[in-house]
Design a protein around this ligand. Structure first.
Ligand code: HEM
Length: 105
């Protein structure tokens, strides 16, 4: 269920913020990305009964896509050896999380 993907995102976000190890950082970002991708195949309880092609479900998925592109920016940075820059992207993840939770949680 969606709660499971959210728990994975929460744990990975916490690792992203804590670690200074590039390998661990990459692993956490990859887990967060997969969870966000899996969350796209589900729908929040608040949108129960909405059609898959409704504006609300599309908006929900667009917020997850935004998070995924932010994760990709962070992955590029860690792959380029910029651990600090990659970690700094977590501020954008939190902004998207907060925006999304206001709308869909
Ligand atoms: C790094 C980003 C995010 C983190 C760390 C995060 C974390 C969490 C956590 C810890 C919960 C509570 C889970 C539970 O009840 O067990 C939750 C719930 C929820 N989150 Fe997120 N979240 C993130 C991004 C998002 C995004 C981008 C969306 C939507 C586009 C979203 C939508 C929701 C919804 C709808 C719920 C309530 C669960 C439900 O309706 O079934 N979250 N999130």
């Amino acid at each position: 269920d969606l709660g499971k993907e959210m728990d994975i995102m929460k744990d990975s976000l916490s690792t992203v913020k804590k670690t200074r190890d590039a390998g661990e950082l990459r692993q956490a970002l990859t887990a967060m990305r997969q969870a966000a991708q899996d969350a796209k195949d589900q729908a929040p309880e608040r949108l129960d009964g909405k059609a898959k092609d409704s504006a609300q479900i599309k908006d929900y998925r667009a917020h997850l896509d935004k998070l995924i592109s932010q994760i990709d920016v962070s992955l590029k940075k860690v792959n380029a050896g910029d651990v600090a820059g990659a970690k700094a992207e977590s501020e954008n993840f939190e902004q998207t999380r907060n925006e999304s939770h206001k709308k869909f949680r």
